[in-house]
Design a protein around this ligand. Structure first.
Ligand SMILES: [Zn+2]
Length: 178
């Protein structure tokens, strides 16, 4: 028996696949079913609008919040910076990690940020507290660390989100910790 909405689900998978394989993907528009999707090279941004220079060493990872209002960056200098994406001014700096920060990820509702470091910890930050002040100083006084995960043998490398419960899984190689 064919499951309900099977055709619609298959068409959605086709669209997702075309977006995932689009080499220059640069649009929020949903692909049309009337033709194959492909963004052209000349649609890529070519003009530098802002240069973010807060990190003292290599920037290893960055990610926009889901609502697009903030950008978080992490790097070899052990720091995590959060910027307001309207002005690209620094909102906060998270400086609790003792080793370089290799990865970060916003929770689905953007209220939390997980940072994963070679200090073998994953720290989860309550970003909702940051909304109290959008000051230019870069310190974590208005952030609260809600949890940390230890026990990784080789440094935490990646994380994934599980909506809607804000559960976050982290793993390193070869150890696995949730
Ligand atoms: Zn595309």
């Amino acid at each position: 028996m064919i499951p309900e909405h099977r055709l619609a689900n298959l068409l959605t998978q086709v669209k997702d696949s075309q977006v995932m394989t689009c080499p220059y993907h640069n649009t929020a528009a949903w692909p049309s079913l009337y033709h194959d999707h492909r963004c052209e090279h000349d649609q890529l941004p070519l003009q530098n609008l802002h240069e973010l220079t807060r990190h003292d060493d290599e920037v290893w990872y960055l990610q926009f919040s889901h609502d697009g209002t903030r950008l978080a960056s992490a790097g070899k200098d052990k720091m995590v910076h959060i910027y307001d994406t309207e002005t690209f001014r620094l909102v906060r700096t998270l400086s609790d990690h003792r080793e370089p920060v290799a990865y970060l990820s916003w929770s689905p509702d953007d209220t939390r940020l997980i940072t994963c470091s070679q200090d073998r910890t994953a720290r989860i930050w309550d970003t909702s507290v940051s909304s109290k002040a959008s000051t230019l100083d870069g310190y974590q006084t208005n952030f609260s660390r809600t949890d940390s995960a230890n026990g990784h043998s080789n440094g935490i490398r990646l994380s994934s989100r599980q909506p809607p419960g804000l559960m976050t899984a982290t793993f390193s190689l070869p150890a696995l910790t949730t």
